[in-house]
Design a protein around this ligand. Structure first.
Ligand code: SF4
Length: 358
C-alpha cells in the first residue's frame, strides 16, 4: 500500500481524528437513530438505509420500530406482513434477510443480539460495513465503517485512485480506515467521518475553501477533487420485458406469490410471461393494454405491460389453456393492496389507475 500513496504517520493520524471530531462538534447532524445504543435498532436503521436515502428510509425505520419493537417481534412476524411493511423500499432481499437473521437470533441465540464483530457478521445480510456500525455504535468496539461517504473522503484526502468498487480498494480502504480510527472513540469517529462525507465533502460540491483538511487534502492540492473517488464502470443492465395478465373474475383477481430464488421472492404478482401475449388470446379476452411501465434494478431494467380483462362467467378456453393461471389463486380485488406486497412496477400500474385501495 505505501507504494500507492503516502501512508500517514502517527502524527497525521492523531491530527486526522482530532480534526474530524472537532469538525463534528461544530457541525451536528441530528438523526433519529443517532446515539442509539440498542444494537437491534442500529441494525434495523443500517439495513433500511442501505441503497436508500435518509428521507425515504426514515418513515420505514419508525414504522419498523413501532411494529417490531424487539428482535423477537420481528422473528415472530409473518413474512407477508414484513414484506408489506417493506413495500416501496425495494431490494426486498434486505427484508427477507432481516427476517431470517431475527429468527436465527430467536432460535439459536436465545433472543440475545450478538455482541462481537465476528458474531454480528454471521447474521444473514450483514456485511462488513453494517457489522462495524453495530459493533462501534452499539458496543463501542473499535471497528471502522466503510461506506460511500468514507470512501470518498479518504480517496480525496489521501489521493487514492484505486476504483472503489474493486476488492483491491476494499482491502486498501479498510486497512486505512482502521488505522485512522480514534482508539477511544470509535463510534463518534465513525459517525463524524460519514457525516463529513454526507454534508461537507459531498460528491459534486465539496466545501474545500473552508475545509479543515484543505492544506493536507491530496485531491485539492492536485486539483483532482471532482475526479475522486474513481469507480469502475458497471456492466450494462440486462433488459427484461414482463407481460402481466390482470384477470378480473367475478369480483376477484388472479395473483401468485413469487417463490423462485430472485430479488422479488415472497412478493406477489399477476400471472406473468416474458413472451409476447398471443393475438388470439388478446382478441378472445378483449384485453385492455396499459404500459409500458419501467423499473430500474441494480442489474436489470424491467419493462412491464399489463393486459386487463374482466369476466363474470367462465373464463375463455384460450386463457385457461395458456397455463399462466396455473399457480395462481383468486383474491378479492379490495384485499390485494391492503394485505400483500407487490414489486414497484406493479404499484406503478395501480397508481396509474388511481386505485386508492390502501
Ligand atoms: S479539501 Fe475538499 S475534497 Fe478535500 S477533504 Fe476537504 S472538502 Fe473534501
Amino acid at each position: 500500500m505505501p507504494d500507492l500513496f503516502s501512508w500517514p504517520d502517527e502524527a497525521f493520524r492523531s491530527f486526522f481524528y482530532h480534526t474530524l471530531l472537532d469538525w463534528s462538534a461544530q457541525n451536528p447532524r441530528p438523526m433519529p437513530w443517532k446515539g442509539e445504543k440498542d444494537p437491534y435498532k442500529i441494525w434495523l436503521s443500517e439495513i433500511i438505509l442501505q441503497q436508500t436515502r435518509v428521507e425515504q428510509g426514515l418513515p420505514y425505520y419508525q414504522k419498523f420500530i413501532r411494529h417490531y419493537p424487539t428482535v423477537l417481534h420481528l422473528a415472530n412476524a409473518p413474512e407477508d406482513q414484513l414484506l408489506k411493511d417493506w413495500e416501496g423500499l425495494g431490494y426486498y432481499s434486505r427484508a427477507r434477510n432481516l427476517h431470517a437473521a431475527a429468527r436465527y437470533i430467536a432460535h439459536h441465540l436465545d433472543g440475545g443480539f450478538p455482541q462481537t464483530y465476528e458474531a454480528i457478521r454471521q447474521l444473514k445480510g450483514v456485511g462488513p460495513y453494517t457489522a462495524a456500525a453495530i459493533a462501534s455504535f452499539g458496543y463501542g468496539l473499535p471497528h471502522a465503517v466503510l461506506d460511500g461517504n468514507v470512501y470518498r473522503v479518504l480517496s480525496r484526502i489521501f489521493g487514492i485512485d484505486t476504483p472503489i468498487n474493486t476488492p483491491q480498494a476494499q482491502r486498501q480502504f479498510t486497512e486505512l480506515a482502521q488505522y485512522l480510527l480514534h482508539p477511544d472513540k470509535p463510534a463518534a469517529h465513525n459517525q463524524a467521518l460519514m457525516d463529513f462525507g454526507a454534508i461537507y465533502c459531498t460528491p459534486a460540491q465539496p466545501q474545500c475553501h473552508t475545509c479543515p483538511f484543505q492544506d493536507h487534502c491530496q485531491a485539492r492540492l492536485q486539483n483532482k477533487v471532482l475526479l475522486l473517488p474513481v469507480k469502475q464502470k458497471a456492466p450494462e443492465r440486462k433488459k427484461r420485458t414482463f407481460h402481466y395478465l390482470v384477470v378480473h373474475h367475478g369480483g376477484q383477481v388472479y395473483v401468485r406469490k413469487r417463490t423462485g430464488k430472485d430479488i422479488w421472492k415472497g412478493l406477489w404478482e399477476f400471472p406473468c410471461t416474458e413472451n409476447p401475449i398471443s393475438e388470439v388470446l388478446l382478441s378472445d379476452t378483449k384485453a385492455k393494454l396499459s404500459g409500458p411501465f419501467r423499473q430500474l434494478l441494480t442489474h436489470q431494467e424491467i419493462t412491464a405491460y399489463f393486459y386487463e380483462m374482466e369476466f363474470q362467467e367462465a373464463l375463455p378456453a384460450t386463457l385457461t389453456a395458456c397455463g399462466l393461471l396455473n399457480d395462481c389463486r383468486a383474491m378479492p380485488f379490495e384485499a390485494l393492496k391492503k394485505n400483500i406486497a407487490f414489486p414497484k412496477v406493479i404499484d406503478c400500474f395501480f397508481q396509474s389507475k388511481a386505485l386508492t385501495l390502501n
